[in-house]
Structure formats: structure tokens, C-alpha cells
Design a protein around this ligand. Structure first.
Ligand SMILES: Cc1cc2nc3c(=O)[nH]c(=O)nc-3n(C[C@H](O)[C@H](O)[C@H](O)COP(=O)(O)OP(=O)(O)OC[C@H]3O[C@@H](n4cnc5c(N)ncnc54)[C@H](O)[C@@H]3O)c2cc1C
Length: 416
């Protein structure tokens, strides 16, 4: 059943009796060509592209909980391609281009909204660094504009320009950046993959790998053994735990990242703003809530909830940037588990075990990567070669000293 304006009208006039479940409740088969572990954004996107672009058949996605229960439904919905390093910029720009055609591709309204993302700068050196980053973006085919203080004032007159400890001098704007409704991304990919024959199996936790003579032949799950020619792991915050079952120790630590939503307010923030003198960012949802967040919690955890010191830090950042936010009441908050890699960049690679592939290390920036990550992982699984935009995301880069340290801050989990 295709979704369209005509369909909505027809259903509205006929009592909404024609809607069908968006995807089947598939039962596990004994054997698949390809199994993807993890029904988050990346796993579902990989399955969809495997079936739609790489002509692969007999694919299953195994999800231990429900579709949308992980980070894909917990993030703050920001998409952008404002990276500086060549290894990252090409990949994230590829992702942004896929976002731009996503809704037509999967026939699902994901509310892709290119409302612009603005990174504020507060000093001359920071301005110079942003100018350099903007130029790197443009060289990679992305869009970027360096704004002075007047330029920022025109967009966001309510910001605390001069009275703050770190006055706002200007910002780097990426007009094509923005937000996408995160759970619609999961549902859209799930529905489109299911339509192409992918089995989406919820409540099916992988509890072990069948590895014989260095080859992975399938997985053990809470719903029995499932054989596969190839197994791809895309479990985000659970990467270390799952890969440990295959005897692998990853250069990844898991930390909690929190998100916050205020009560609904009249439209005030047209785009996404990130504060350059602290860790705070904010946008406004279509329902009116201010959606904001900041840094990861300071210690490792697999709990999908956060702690108060970060709440305080995020609120201080918000008050410093736009003091009127102090009048808004907080409606809800939650946490998700981040797979923090040691250089802050992801991994999409084969492992040393034949037939076992890994996708992870997305840190707190993997939502925007969902389409490109899924596409590149599908490319790797189908062809056994990396996609051209993901060639640098190798697992062995840590032992070869080829880190992709976008922030120039070394090991990301040890920032505190
Ligand atoms: C608060 C917050 C804000 C964020 N904001 C942004 C943002 O604005 N922009 C951005 O780009 N990124 C953001 N992120 C990061 C982004 O959400 C993640 O990097 C990305 O969603 C991770 O990929 P995923 O969607 O596949 O993960 P998930 O949705 O977590 O999928 C992984 C799945 O694997 C499943 N799984 C785990 N173990 C097993 C097992 N043994 N068997 C079967 N299934 C298993 C889990 O249940 C889960 O559903 C944010 C994250 C959080 C928490």
C-alpha cells in the first residue's frame, strides 16, 4: 500500500479502515543469506539498501527489543555535513544528499526539514577555525556560510550577544543542515525494507555467534539458532557487548547521552543553534518543544537514563546562550547509549572473522549518518569492498596510527 495525499484523503472519507501494519511480524527462518543484528536506523537502512540497491535476497534484521527503541528514537534529530576532515566530510555530505531524496525513495514522510544549522563562534581563533572548516566543506561539495555578528543577529535576535562571558562574534551556517523526525526514519526504512522482502524480527536478542574455523556461520538468539552466510552487526551503544561474544575487543566505550524537551512554545527558533563556548545545542520541534542537549555523562554505562551533573551543565549552557530559556518548563528527558570510538569517528569494516562485519563507533553523531551508513554497510556486505566514501572507516586504523580525529582532542571518551 503506497502512502500519498490521495490515500490520506480516501482513508479520511472511509473511516480509516484501509490502513495496514507498516511491516509484517516476521518469524525467524532457519537460514538467511544476510543477517543484520540491530534494528536501529543503521541496521534497517542497511537492510533496505541491500534489498533495493544491491539486489540481495533472504535478509533478516534481528532486534532484541522493538523498532525505534534504541538511539534512532532517542536522538535530537539533527542532520548536517559540517565536518572538516576529508575522510568525514565526503561521507556526511553523501548522507545529506541521501536525506534529501529519502522520503521519495522510501515513500514515507520523515519530515526532513533543512532549516539550517548554525555553529556560533566566540573568539578570533574560533572564527578562523570555522572559516577553514567552511572552506573544507565547500571543497567537498557541501554548503557553508560564515556569518559575522550582524548576520547572526538577523537570524536569532534573542541570543545573548554582548552580556555573556563569551560574547557571540558570529557563526558558521550550513543552510542545508536541519532536522528529521527520528522515529519516522526507523519506521520508513522498516516499512520499505519489509516491502522488499526483508524479515524484520523484533524481540529476538542475539546471544552468541556460531564461529567455526574462523568463519561465522550464524547466530544464537533468544528465538533459537539462525544460520547465515554473512552477519552484519549494527548495535550502536551495545557494540562492545555484542562483539565481545565473537571474542573481539573494540576501541569503543559506551557512555550515556541525554536529551531534553521543554513544554510547547510558540515558534521562536527557526533552525538549529550550537553554542561555541560550552556544550549546548537547541532546535524547536514542530510541536513547539525546545529540543536540546549537551555533553555525554562522565562515566561508562549501559543504562538508557542520565545523571544530574550533566543536566546542570546543559542548563548552564542554555542560560548563558539564551537566558529566556530559564522561563520554559522542562517536559521530559531521556538518555541513550553512545558507542564512543577513540578518535570520535565511526567504523564500517569486515572483521578478521570470515562472514562477520561490523558497523559502529558512531558516538553522539550517528543519526545524521543513518542513510550513508546503511548504504555503505550494504555495499560492504554485498560486494566485500568498502564504499568509496567510507574507505577510511577501517577497524585497524587505531593500530596503524591513522586516526580520524575530527575534534583534534584525542580519545573522545576521556574528555572529562
Ligand atoms: C540523546 C541523544 C541525542 C543524539 N542526537 C543526535 C543528533 O542530533 N544527530 C546525530 O547525528 N546523532 C545523534 N545521536 C546519535 C545517534 O542517535 C546514534 O549515533 C545512532 O542512532 C546510532 O545508530 P542506530 O540508530 O542504528 O542505533 P540504535 O537505534 O540504538 O540501534 C541499535 C539496536 O541494536 C539493538 N541491539 C543491541 N544489542 C542487540 C542484540 N544482542 N541482539 C539484537 N539487537 C540488539 C538495540 O536494541 C537497538 O535497537 C544522539 C543520540 C542520543 C542518545
Amino acid at each position: 500500500m503506497g502512502y500519498s495525499g490521495f490515500r490520506i484523503l480516501k482513508e479520511a472519507l472511509t473511516g480509516h479502515k484501509g490502513w495496514k501494519p507498516a511491516w509484517r511480524k516476521a518469524e525467524p527462518q532457519a537460514e538467511y543469506d544476510i543477517i543484520i543484528i540491530g534494528g536501529g536506523g543503521h541496521g534497517l537502512a542497511a537492510a533496505y539498501y541491500l534489498a533495493s540497491k544491491f539486489d540481495q535476497k533472504r535478509i533478516a534484521v534481528l532486534e532484541k527489543g522493538w523498532i525505534g527503541g534504541g538511539n534512532i528514537g532517542r536522538n535530537t534529530t539533527i542532520i548536517r555535513s559540517n565536518y572538516m576532515l576529508h575522510e568525514n566530510e565526503g561521507f556526511y555530505e553523501f548522507s545529506l544528499k541521501l536525506w534529501e531524496g529519502l522520503e521519495q525513495d522510501v515513500n514515507y514522510n520523515a519530515m526532513v526539514s533543512q532549516r539550517g544549522i548554525l555553529n556560533l563562534y566566540h573568539s578570533d581563533p574560533q572564527r578562523d577555525a570555522y572559516a577553514r572548516r567552511g572552506n573544507a566543506m565547500i571543497l567537498n561539495g557541501a554548503d557553508a556560510k560564515l556569518l559575522d555578528q550582524d548576520g547572526v543577529r538577523k537570524l536569532y535576535p534573542f541570543l545573548n550577544f554582548d552580556n555573556a562571558r563569551f560574547p557571540i562574534q558570529g557563526g558558521l551556517l550550513q543552510p542545508r543542515g536541519g532536522t528529521v523526525r527520528h522515529d519516522a526514519v526507523a519506521w520508513g526504512y522498516a516499512r520499505a525494507a519489509d516491502k522488499r522482502g526483508v524479515d524484520i524480527i523484533e524481540n529476538c536478542e542475539v546471544t552468541g555467534f556460531d564461529i567455526k574455523d574462523g568463519t561465522c556461520t550464524g547466530v544464537q538468539t533468544t528465538r533459537g539458532r539462525i544460520g547465515a552466510k554473512k552477519v552484519g552487526v549494527a548495535v550502536a551503544g551495545n557494540s562492545s557487548r555484542v562483539m565481545a561474544m565473537a571474542g573481539m575487543h573494540l576501541p569503543i566505550e559506551s557512555h550515556v547521552l541525554q536529551a531534553f524537551v521543554s513544554e510547547g512554545l510558540k515558534p521562536i527558533i527557526p533552525g538549529v543553534i550550537t553554542y561555541g563556548a560550552g556544550h549546548f545545542y537547541v532546535s524547536q520541534s514542530d510541536k513547539g518543544g525546545l529540543v536540546f542537549g549537551g555533553d555525554i555523562d562522565g562515566y561508562n554505562s549501559y543504562a538508557q537514563r542520565g545523571n544530574l551533573p550533566v543536566v546542570e551543565d546543559v542548563c548552564e549552557g542554555g542560560m548563558s546562550l539564551m537566558p529566556m530559556i530559564g522561563k520554559a518548563r522542562l517536559l521530559r528527558m531521556w538518555g541513550g547509549i553512545m558507542d564512543m570510538s577513540m578518535d570520535g569517528s565511526p567504523i564500517i569494516d569486515k572483521t578478521h572473522i570470515e562472514g562477520l562485519y561490523f558497523n559502529g563507533g558512531w558516538c553522539y553523531g550517528g543519526f545524521k549518518a543513518t542513510p550513508a551508513s546503511g548504504y555503505s554497510f550494504a555495499h560492504l556486505l554485498a560486494t566485500d569492498t568498502p564504499h568509496e566514501t567510507a574507505k577510511a572507516y577501517r577497524l585497524d586504523r587505531f593500530s596503524r596510527g591513522l586516526m580520524i580525529d575530527e575534534k583534534g582532542q584525542g580519545a573522545q571518551p576521556n574528555l572529562h
